[in-house]
Design a protein around this ligand. Structure first.
Ligand code: LLP
Length: 419
């Protein structure tokens, strides 16, 4: 389902004209569709169709409180990777007992905080981390529920920066070492083994690698059973890709159907940690053309949004669709590089895009609900863009545009140079 559609010649977010949102909130700006978020979350829920499951939205994809709150209201769990994300989940009304804590560098303070909040599970990424969690839990007179993240050495076939399931990657524990680590954990009094997990990468566009990873985990689960270690859940990570324009990822329902087939004769609860497939296509990034420019080689549309707002094109050479907010009746297309004002040649939102535009026109960069605002920065002293959520005919500001003084509020002059 697409919640960003033309009505006549004008692009709408659900029932709201995007031009009117630009007028009210200014540009650049992120616009999210509540209905799209809910639709994507429910697609997972419906596909599980009663099989015991927990859908833990990967907070890193988009951690705005309103987004987390919408999902929490649907009963979502959350996959976090920092103490900060845990605080956000709690502030947004999420249930800590549905939180799994991923990430390979959990600090002592983060572990303490998560233990206090009584999260569902720590996804352990190394032997050293297991020991640290065991010790901290003992000093807090508690027991940490744990899962071990196995690195199944599977090629997810995605961009190398977002591929995580190969031996060369820093994540998880090789399958060959996992059994020994579980045996060690079984003897510890500060941890309680409850699961096993893997996450092999992001933006996967085929089901095969997911199933291969599950096979690897199931093999381990069976070996653990014979050792007297039985698990209550398997966490298959996130990673389902979305269609940015040219990709043809499986539907959420297809993925879950294939996953469930692996569990027909097993009681295990399936945890999944989707981020992008819930949030990406629930958002657009709205930007206005400041100037058109031609340098005898190329046409450039210089916009007011930039790589600090949306770094995916610069960082991963990612392609995201760019639409004009008002369709031109003549539609005389020219090729443009859509670029921001930042002093780097990597500052582009799209290259060689066929557009019929003039200065002042609004452009919507599609699929900007995940890993967009969440990865934004203040590079070039650019205040971060506001975020707006649309619900049917209504729209709400869910994060204010930053002001310049916000940017240097926590900076200090040297005392000896103050006067
Ligand atoms: N679980 C773990 C342990 C993860 O590391 C990730 C993403 C997820 C779940 C969620 O994966 P998803 O369902 O969103 O694919 N910034 C990159 C993506 C980085 C993904 C990092 N880990 C991008 O913009 O493409």
């Amino acid at each position: 389902m697409d919640y960003f559609n033309y009505q006549g010649d004008e692009l709408f977010a659900e029932g709201v004209s995007i031009e009117s949102l630009a007028k009210e909130y200014g540009t650049p700006c992120f616009i999210y569709s509540k209905t799209a978020l809910e639709h994507n979350y429910k697609a997972y829920e419906e596909a599980f169709d009663g099989h015991p499951n927990l859908i833990c939205y990967a907070v890193k994809a988009n951690s705005n409180l309103a987004i987390l709150n919408v999902l929490a209201k649907l009963g979502a769990g959350f996959d976090i990777v920092s103490g900060g994300e845990l605080d956000r989940v709690i502030a947004a009304g999420g249930d800590p007992q549905k939180v799994v804590f991923s990430g390979l560098g959990k600090t002592e303070a983060e572990i303490r905080k998560a233990l206090k909040a009584r999260i569902k599970c720590f996804n352990i990424e190394s032997e050293a981390e297991l020991h640290r969690i065991n010790e901290i839990a003992q000093t807090q007179n508690t027991v940490a529920p744990i899962s071990i993240r196995v690195n199944p050495d599977i090629d997810a076939g995605t961009h190398p920066y977002i591929s995580t399931g190969l031996n060369e990657n820093k994540f998880g524990i090789p399958a060959s070492l996992a059994l020994t680590l579980y045996q060690g954990a079984a003897k510890m009094t500060g941890v309680n083994i409850i699961g096993i997990d893997a996450h092999i990468g992001s933006q996967l566009t085929t089901i095969g690698p997911f199933l291969d990873a599950i096979d690897c985990l199931l093999l381990l689960i069976d070996q653990l059973e014979t050792e007297g270690i039985s698990l209550s859940h398997i966490d298959i990570g996130g990673g389902l890709g979305v269609n940015y324009g040219l990709e043809e990822p499986p539907e959420i329902s297809d993925l879950i159907k294939s996953v469930k087939e692996k569990f027909v004769s097993r009681e295990l609860k399936i945890i999944i940690e989707p981020g992008r497939s819930i949030a990406a296509n629930a958002g657009v990034f709205l930007t206005r053309i400041e100037y058109l420019k031609n340098n005898n080689y190329k046409n450039f549309a210089v916009v007011d949004g930039a790589m600090n707002d949306l770094i995916r094109p610069a960082l991963y050479d990612a392609w995201q669709d760019i639409m004009t907010v008002r369709r031109s009746p003549k539609n005389v297309l020219k090729k443009y590089d859509v670029v921001g004002p930042i002093c780097e040649s990597a500052d582009f939102l799209g290259k060689d895009r066929e557009l019929d535009v003039k200065s002042g026109d609004l452009l919507a960069v599609r699929s900007a609900g995940a890993y967009s605002f969440a990865m934004s920065s203040n590079y070039n002293s650019r205040p971060r863009a506001p975020e707006v959520m649309v619900n049917g005919p209504n729209h709400y500001l869910i994060r204010d545009r930053e002001t310049i003084s916000d940017l240097y509020r926590k900076e200090y002059l040297l005392p000896e140079l103050r006067n």
